[in-house]
Ligand binder design. Sequence first.
Ligand code: ADP
Ligand code: ADP
Length: 227
Amino acid sequence: MATVSFNKATRIYPGGEKPAVDQLELDVADGEFLVLVGPSGCGKSTSLRMLAGLEDVNGGSIHIGDRDVTHLPPKDRDIAMVFQNYALYPHMTVADNMGFALKIAGVNKAEIRQKVEDAAKILDLTEYLGRKPKALSGGQRQRVAMGRAIVREPQVFLMDEPLSNLDAKLRVSTRTQIASLQRRLGITTVYVTHDQVEAMTMGDRVAVLKDGLLQQVDSPRNMYDRP
Ligand code: ADP
Ligand code: ADP
């Protein structure tokens, strides 16, 4: 069961006067799409990075399923993360980009090929497998970045502003694609954005942060209904 829980998770940066994230209490259900939203500087990325193991936790703990991952390195957390700049390898084809992590992990070629083909089918990338990233559109590159993450079949999927480099029109269509892909895969997902509309249209639940403090967690419907 890939639940996620932040248990009073706190991050104080060296020299910081107050915590960037202050005693965050948040549970994400198995298969849920949870969005962390709030203005720049409210602590969204820091929360996600603590979950990913990219940021020290200075108080409290973080669990994935029944494992306390608070002090585990990123590679032992069974997570995959998609960043806003995609960070694809320019000299490799789409297929090699998508299979790279598996290759590093020592998975055999036939299995990698199968997983890459399956992911490409889901992401509508089959015809682009032999191309280099620079021959793709922004939306296609974004899907390659997602493909690279899903071939590893992580328990938890993390995304930090994955649409911020796309133009407005593409952002809307990619939003829908990501949400439907997540539902199809059923991977527990934590998604960070500063965009309220994005949060409300994509999330099963939305967690609102302000100044490092959790303000509210609810389904979009309940948030809209609230006077
Ligand atoms: P968000 O993702 O919501 O924009 P961040 O988590 O990036 O917010 O930042 C939360 C707070 O922590 C901000 O006040 C930011 O300035 C501070 N912060 C972020 N990263 C660092 C860092 N590496 N060193 C010191 N302070 C940081
Ligand atoms: P190498 O480049 O190491 O000699 P390959 O050319 O067989 O080996 O491809 C390396 C990796 O690229 C494979 O493990 C697989 O991830 C991926 N790959 C290459 N072409 C395809 C394809 N058409 N469909 C799916 N995966 C592919």
